[in-house]
Design a binder for this molecule. Structure first.
Ligand code: HEM
Length: 501
């Protein structure tokens, strides 16, 4: 027994020595600065329940680009838009991959859009971008527009009954129903309960997956446990199989009824583009569909939830939005906002942008990985395999780019100075070079346009029709809680009053 303990202690000492050597050895003369790590945990012990805040504080000590150790994962944190451009745009090829950690691998095995790597990603991204173009703007618009009608009808019922309305529930339903229609050509009834109907079949397991390993697990970033953790997920994790089962039902139905020459929805287009010959084709289609649900529902619905919160807390801004929409529609003789009205409603767009800035939903976006060692600007060395994350809240709170950054002030987006080098689609939205909620470069958010359309149509029509007020006449708590998305800590309700159009 004593012998056994001795062997164990010896192994532990060797492990800690080896682990420390890895963390303390000098990598390069241009090595990034960062807080001193401890063996095994690295800097994890320095992170609280709001890690983006802790990393923002570290920016003050170590600069706009620094390194932290998430246990054994060397991580580069960037908080400066100029550096992000150098990395994500000018050196895109060196940073286009995702970290090879169990939670990224499990489930999709690096298939689809969000988790694939290298040339596979180039092909997948090409297919999904082309599929989105083929499903054409008019179709996407119709999908979203119909969901706005359903939403307005529901909200009117709440308003008539003077019953408090819960934005989180209905904004989830709105973005989920839009996704169901866009991907499966499937209608979600106005009366369907998201906790018991079709939506729940995907949302339940999806939320559980995000809760279980979406925000990272120690086993994910400890080298010694990675193989075991992946195996453990494969053997015990129950939600991803449920997601695949849900997808399979739709996939089989589509295969039986598809007419390749007239695709009905995104799934038909993906089947046409990938084909159905190999298991890889199947995994790419399944993963792409699940990526859209994971990346494209909670992000948009949480932003809409924040829009309700901000409108209730800033009634004068809400009135200004209403006035802009109302007087414009009066001029052109309409009673509903459509997508082609966007150019004529700059304040509506400014309020959406300011909400994305003031309450960013993705604290770190989706992490990237460095493919080959590289030195940026001849002074920032990034080793091969390093994880790279953007600290979005830190950029959006930077006074250098956003004056009076701690104030909710949509008017900052009315004075536009285009000083960036982004693509046309990006630069028309990112009028301030630091305003990059959808990331930048070739691997930015593929659903950026979809999200903007969803937000614009819902928000403009809501504020046109209703006054949003807090239930008790006081300000609603603006505190956030950390997760895959940053959400309002309190699940709030609002009162809706009818506006005279
Ligand atoms: C407010 C809403 C949204 C925000 C703030 C947002 C933000 C982001 C960010 C920051 C990334 C990471 C990009 C990178 O690696 O640099 C991303 C990726 C992605 N987003 Fe969005 N997103 C939103 C809505 C959507 C929607 C509606 C969809 C689908 C229709 C979508 C689909 C995706 C996909 C598939 C990726 C992975 C892209 C790739 O790896 O090539 N997102 N998003």
């Amino acid at each position: 027994m004593i012998m056994l303990i001795k062997v164990f202690v010896l192994l532990l000492v060797v492990y800690i020595l080896h682990n420390s050597y890895k963390k303390y050895k000098k990598l390069d003369k241009n090595e990034l600065k960062g807080p001193t790590p401890i063996p095994v945990l690295g800097n994890l012990h320095q992170l609280s329940s709001l890690p983006h805040r802790d990393l923002s504080k570290m920016t003050k000590d170590y600069g706009d680009i620094f390194r932290v150790w998430f246990a054994d994962l060397y991580t580069v944190v960037i908080s400066d838009p100029v550096l992000i451009r150098k990395i994500y745009v000018e050196n895109h090829e060196s940073f286009r991959d995702r970290p090879k950690i169990p939670s990224m691998k499990y489930g999709t095995y690096y298939h689809g859009t969000a988790a694939s790597m290298g040339e596979d990603w180039v092909r997948n991204r090409g297919i999904v971008s082309s599929a989105m173009r083929k499903s054409n703007i008019k179709h996407i618009y119709e999908v979203i527009n119909n969901q706005v009608d359903v939403l307005m009808s529901t909200m009117k019922k709440y308003e008539k009954r003077s019953e408090p309305f819960e934005p989180r529930y209905y904004m989830t339903k709105y973005t989920m129903a839009a996704m169901f229609k866009y991907i499966f050509n499937e209608d979600i009834g106005e009366d369907e309960d998201i906790h018991t109907g079709e939506i729940q079949k995907i949302m339940g397991p999806m939320n559980q997956v995000m809760e279980d390993f979406g925000t990272g697990s120690l086993f994910d970033v400890l080298e010694i446990s990675q193989t075991f953790y992946l195996k453990w997920l494969e053997l015990t994790e129950k939600n991803f199989p449920l997601l695949l089962k849900f997808f399979n039902g739709r996939y089989e139905q589509h295969l039986e009824t598809i007419k390749p020459e007239s695709p009905r929805d995104l799934l038909d287009i993906l089947i046409n583009e990938y084909g159905t010959n190999t298991h890889d084709d199947y995994l790419n289609i399944a993963s792409t569909v699940l990526d859209f649900f994971f990346a494209g529902t909670d992000t948009s619905s949480t932003t809409l939830e924040y829009l309700f919160l901000m409108m209730a807390n800033y009634p004068e801004i809400q009135d200004k939005v209403h006035q802009e929409v109302k007087s414009y529609l009066k001029q052109i003789g309409k009673d509903k906002v459509e997508l082609n009205d966007r150019q004529s409603l700059p304040y509506v767009v400014a309020v959406i942008k300011e909400t994305l800035r003031f309450k960013p939903v993705t604290p770190f976006g989706v992490p990237r990985s460095c493919v080959n060692e590289i030195t940026i600007d001849e002074k920032y060395f990034i080793p091969k395999g390093a994880q790279v994350i953007i600290n979005y809240p830190s950029i959006f709170e930077n006074e250098k780019y956003f004056k009076n950054a701690n104030q909710f002030d949509p008017s900052r987006f009315l004075q536009t100075t285009t000083t960036n080098t982004a693509s046309n689609e990006e630069s028309s939205f990112n009028s301030n070079l630091a305003f990059i909620p959808f990331s930048i470069g070739p691997r930015n958010c593929v659903g950026m346009q979809f999200a903007q359309d969803e937000l614009f149509l819902a928000f403009a029509n809501i504020v046109l029709n209703f006054t949003i007020k807090s239930v008790d006449g006081k300000k609603i708590d603006e505190t956030i809680s950390y997760g895959v998305t940053l959400k309002p800590k309190t699940r709030f309700k609002v009162l809706l009053e009818k506006r005279l159009i």
